[in-house]
Design a protein around this ligand. Structure first.
Ligand SMILES: [Zn+2]
Length: 259
């Protein structure tokens, strides 16, 4: 993987967003492998296909690319709000690559958000376009990265450091089980993943997770067994190798840094 984006391809182009699109897509085609199966290279869909930009010939995963000059921000601007929600609800949204690059066209961060992490919770509705706009009334959306759990942000490149592809594959595959779950069941697992992330320590106790009971009660007002639900999700996270149980109500996050 070469972190330098080839800007020679932009010769003759004037429009900045067109240039960014062309160069970053080209970089992905020449440098990225499939985070699911490791296959190289990815393939491009023909132009104007509305849903995704790339796919893997081997495992058929689909990918959409968003890119931005500058550093990673907590929100990403995306297209139409209603079509995004529709895609999430019908579960035909692709995985989502996000690439940031420096003003000198060096890749800074390149990460994938696996499609199972897209829930309506992470989509923010933007105000409708003004009456004077060409598409007056149109409503776009932002993706709220800060609401996506750490397990849902799989970095291939972080701060211009290339992450070992074995770690990327393992991280990507670790949460595929969420795709098999119902929306409600998946929602619970993701909520507890977010609670675990919110504890900024490697180890934590059951009591520390129970401290989120009130917050979860707001989200699930009709559920009178929040603590049971919490324990059930912790068990799932343990079975899937996302956390470890170290005994006496203590848990540990599984860390990839030393793999
Ligand atoms: Zn693949």
């Amino acid at each position: 993987m070469d972190l330098v984006i080839n800007k020679d391809l932009a010769k003759g182009y004037k429009n900045n967003s067109q240039i960014a699109r062309l160069l970053t897509e080209n970089w992905v085609l020449n440098n990225s492998y499939c985070p699911n199966c490791g296959s190289l290279p990815l393939n491009e869909f023909e132009n104007n296909r509305p849903v995704a930009d790339f796919y893997c010939k081997k495992c058929n995963e689909e990918f959409e690319l968003k890119s931005k000059k500058g550093s990673l921000s907590s929100t990403i601007t995306d297209g139409s709000y209603s079509s995004m929600i529709e895609r999430i609800n019908s579960e035909n949204n692709p995985n989502f690559f996000f690439l940031t690059y420096t003003k000198n066209w060096i890749v800074n961060d390149f990460l994938i958000i696996p499609k199972q992490f897209f829930t309506p919770d992470i989509i923010i509705k933007r105000p409708p376009l003004k009456d004077t706009a060409r598409r007056a009334g149109w409503v776009g959306c932002n993706i709220n990265l800060s609401k996506i759990s750490d397990s849902g942000k799989v970095f291939l490149v972080k701060n211009s450091q290339i992450i070992d592809s074995k770690i990327v594959n393992a991280m990507f595959r670790k949460t595929l089980f969420l795709r098999e779950k119902s929306k409600e069941a998946k929602g619970w697992v993701i909520d507890i993943m977010n609670c675990v992330d919110a504890i900024k320590k490697e180890s934590f106790s059951l009591d520390e997770i129970y401290a989120f009971e009130g917050k979860l009660k707001v989200k699930y007002p009709n559920n009178n067994f929040i603590k049971d639900k919490i324990r059930q999700q912790l068990q799932i996270l343990r079975d899937k190798g996302i956390i470890e149980f170290v005994g006496r109500g203590k848990y540990k996050k599984v860390n990839y840094a030393n793999l």
